[in-house]
Ligand binder design. Structure first.
Ligand SMILES: [Mg+2]
Length: 456
């Protein structure tokens, strides 16, 4: 009971600071949409192509463009460091479809999505379809998802890590001077292991090592202020057993973290029983989810069993706008679990996630991974600059995503030549499904035909 109260009070502090950010906008404020496109004919709208490019960055950004027969198009982004092919491979399932049939299309591509970067194609397609639909009806993406609960989205800032407490503090202070009001730091075996005796023979932090991890946290807290929200990513701390997880979470209790992230690594989101056991024996809030796809496939066991204090879907893996909202709404309405959004993508992916975040009842903050060390990052999209200002992203009210790619800047930073160049590479993927075509199948008379289509 004591530990539940402590957790509740810790989350309360987060909510207070988030709520204050909502004042002065959002609900009740008049929203002006752009002019309705009276030349569009939504019923006749059809997808004609899907193409991609890749921006070279800290994590590469695979960006897709879905074309239609009415000169309206949609942009989407595959999970950072993923591969655009996970979206392009869906081409035969999209071409010829009406892009306004978002649920129908997503239902068809869902069997080909999965955890980690496998969720990237589905998520990018979701974002692009919402962009198209918003443009067609003259409304922003957030309006397609629900009501706007906030005009701007709070961003939390990560930083590069080190095993030197003083340097760690200085680096985080530099992030604070950029205007950020929410912070996260990594505590890893590399940082903890800089001193002898801090890791056991298996590379797991000893009690002494965890205390040193605490020194790193304390140094950052001293630099940015103990009152500031600070979380710790423990995905590389190798506390992958329940007893080790309990030791880490208890050692860090005195630092009043906003959350302790990914104790079982980014892929350990399925270990709800282990999370639940640790959660019941410490007051440090626990969080995971950046590699989870879908409500039923990834998050439901964590939520139904109340195994965590906060969930953290990555908007580019969890399923994009519609599925991420579905996950977050379920978590809050069912178990009062709030949502943090993981983000290491481009400004386009960040804006897409901001539309989703704007509609969530219980949203804490979204991650920012590049703004402080990639000078051209903010300029990858059009619109008012800087779009990320003083630790917040303004939620666009223009139709669709409300932003476009800044073509000259994107072209300067392509991983490989080509700007949404056409390709026939994926024309014949998924041909094994269905009852027609040149491949082996049962025809309408129940006769097995086309036994062999190629001479070898
Ligand atoms: Mg993480």
């Amino acid at each position: 009971m004591l530990c539940q109260t402590a957790i509740a009070s810790g989350l309360g502090a987060i909510f207070k600071s988030t709520a204050s950010a909502q004042q002065g906008g959002g609900r009740g404020a008049p929203v002006r949409y752009g002019p309705i496109n009276k030349f569009s004919a939504p019923s006749d709208l059809r997808i004609t192509d899907i193409r991609a490019l890749r921006v070279a960055a800290n994590f590469d950004y695979p960006i897709i463009k879905v074309f239609t027969n009415q000169d309206v198009y949609g942009l989407g982004e595959v999970r950072d460091a993923g591969n655009e092919n996970s979206a392009l491979a869906m081409r035969p399932l999209l071409v010829g479809r009406n892009p306004l049939d978002i649920s129908g299309i997503l239902q068809n591509v869902r069997p080909y999505a999965g955890p980690g970067r496998q969720g990237g194609g589905f998520s990018a397609i979701d974002i692009a379809l919402h962009d198209i639909t918003g443009k067609v009806f003259g409304v922003p993406v957030w309006r397609l998802l629900g009501d706007k609960k906030r005009d701007r989205v709070r961003m939390y800032c990560d930083t590069t890590g080190t095993g030197d407490p003083k340097k760690y503090g200085e680096r985080m202070l530099a992030r604070k001077k950029l205007g950020f009001t929410f912070f996260k730091m990594d505590v890893t075996t590399n940082f903890v292991g800089v001193k002898p005796g801090n890791l056991d023979s298996g590379g797991v932090p000893t009690d002494k090592g965890l205390e040193y991890g605490g020194e790193l946290i304390a140094a950052v807290r001293d630099a940015i202020g103990w009152e500031m929200p600070l979380s710790v990513d423990a995905s590389s701390l190798r506390c992958g057993t329940v007893p080790d997880g309990i030791r880490a979470a208890r050692t860090f209790e005195k630092y009043r973290l906003s959350w302790l992230e990914d104790l079982f690594g980014t892929g350990g989101f399925w270990r709800w029983k282990d999370f639940k056991e640790i959660k019941g024996r410490c007051s440090t809030p626990l969080l995971t989810g950046e590699d989870g796809f879908g409500l039923e496939e990834g998050f439901q066991p964590l939520i139904d069993n109340r195994a965590l204090d906060i969930i953290q879907p990555d908007h580019g893996t969890s399923g994009g706008c519609r599925e991420t909202k579905r996950i977050a709404d379920y978590a809050w309405s069912r178990e009062r679990i709030p949502t943090v959004i993981h983000m290491a993508g481009s400004p386009l992916a960040t804006i897409a996630a901001a539309h989703t975040a704007a509609t969530l009842d219980a949203f804490i903050a979204m991650e920012c991974h590049a703004v402080d060390f990639i000078s051209w990052w903010q300029q990858l999209i059009t619109g008012p600059q800087p779009f990320l200002n003083q630790g917040y992203v303004a939620v666009p009210d223009a139709p669709g995503l409300g932003v476009e790619l800044n073509e000259p800047v994107v072209k300067e930073h392509l991983r490989r030549p080509g700007y949404f160049d056409p390709s026939t590479k994926w024309d014949d993927s998924f041909v094994g499904r269905g009852a027609g075509g040149p491949w082996p199948h049962f025809n309408v008379d129940g006769v097995w035909v086309n036994e062999r289509t190629t001479d070898y």
